[in-house]
Design a protein around this ligand. Sequence first.
Ligand code: HEC
Length: 493
Amino acid sequence: MKRTVWVMGLGAALSLAGARNAGAADAPTFTKDVAPILFAKCVSCHRPGEVAPMSLLKYEQVRPWSKAIRQKVTTREMPPWGADPRYGKFANDMSLTDAQIQTIVAWAEAGAPKGDDKDMPEPPAIATGWTYGEPDYVISMMAPYHVPPEGEMPNLSFFSPIPFKEDRFARLLEWRPGNRSVVHHGTADARELPSGGKLDAGGEFIYDDGTKENDAQNFRLQRSERSIQNALAGIRLGGAGGVRLTDYVPGRTAMPISDPNVGTRLPAGMYVHWGMHYQPTGRPEIDQSRLGIWFTEKTVVQEVYRRQVGDPLPSSADRTGFFRVQGVDIPHNTRFMREELGWPNLEAGVDNYEVMSFTPVTEPITLFGFTPHMHLRGKDKAWFVTYPDGRQETLLSIPKYDFNWQNYYELAHPIKIPSGSVVSSVAHYNNGVSNKFNPAPDKEVYWSEQSWDEMYCPFVVYTVDSQTIKSAPSKSTSGTSSKSAKSGKQRPQ
Ligand code: HEC
């Protein structure tokens, strides 16, 4: 019986091979056709020590995955790039072309042949240090953090002082995880410390009553009156969430901006707030992430803003932006939490909850890019501009939002937006069972920072055209010590 099945199997395989005979000779091979694609689009993550589960550098490593690869590239789940190709052109677009997908599919269907060894390209050079060379200055997390081998980790907060005596401007910031396999993603903001406590040696905030901001129990009890008051106090002091410096997702360490006259402000006396999302690996791991800083070279710069659609321009009065939540207009006020502003919760089962936001462009600005941020109920997100003549353009559309892949979408060409325009954004949420990422479809979801709650943060990166800011260029070392930049260690002063 066994034998018969084997023979039939072989027969089927033979006839299949026969049917394809014509094309088989020129079926794509790994060494000639597929390796160059994987080297260009996959191995930044799929290599030892990186975030992806398997290395795709060698034929022997790739061969067992050929079917999975075929499936993931056809569905466009890999490489993880969420933008609808119909809108916008992005400098860092990592998606595959249709032709590349066809090559991979044809290769997998032909039985994943290796091809001739002499066709094999050199593997790409692997950056072991900083991607852009040695930074001018480095701010590290204050101490290594020990990530437990398992369990769900809340978003953790760490602070490191920004040690400059005056505001400095960075033309580039690069986030280097100390341990790439465990840093799932992270955010770096410039913030004040929360009130009513102090930092410990590891840069974790301890409230006067001895509880840690990072205490998981604290988060679990986050609906308590006390934790809401703490959060509000922090927000009122530091501004809503502080000022976004940069963030890290696997495969991307920096959000480069092509214009050398543009810089991110590092406010003197404030702190780098590290929002760390660690993903346990099954082994105890240690991370100490670092922020590499390259200062602007000009003495006059424009400040780059990473703000949300709905926030007013920095030069316009507060409350000019507004939100439309489930069809109801809610004025914006950065001093209050969304809950306080009357955003309704996401009820259990609601599957198309809509939030929109609008930023009136009260003076000319230049757009550089976008980053989505929602949690596990986030479904889709899009950015638009409506010009003064009423014409509307889609800037970026992410039809299937994925919490794991909060990319920076860097415009290939910055876009000038004239005064009188409106930049807007829309997002939908699915708190029902049809959302496969929904951890608890039976629960009502609040608006808050924890990943089991929800957020709506359509980031937009821009400069205000009229702005000229005096900046200390890179040659100036005022307030810094080049020694600490080299060692990569920075202790509080
Ligand atoms: C930005 C980082 C990144 C890039 C680029 C990337 N991957 Fe992945 N890939 C991941 C991660 C992380 C996972 C595991 C989690 C997941 O499936 O999302 C993964 C999972 C996969 C899987 C599924 C593995 C499994 O366990 O089933 C396949 C197949 C895959 N990738 C193929 C590719 C191919 C082919 C490319 C290039 C065309 C690519 N990936 C590009 C990060 C990346």
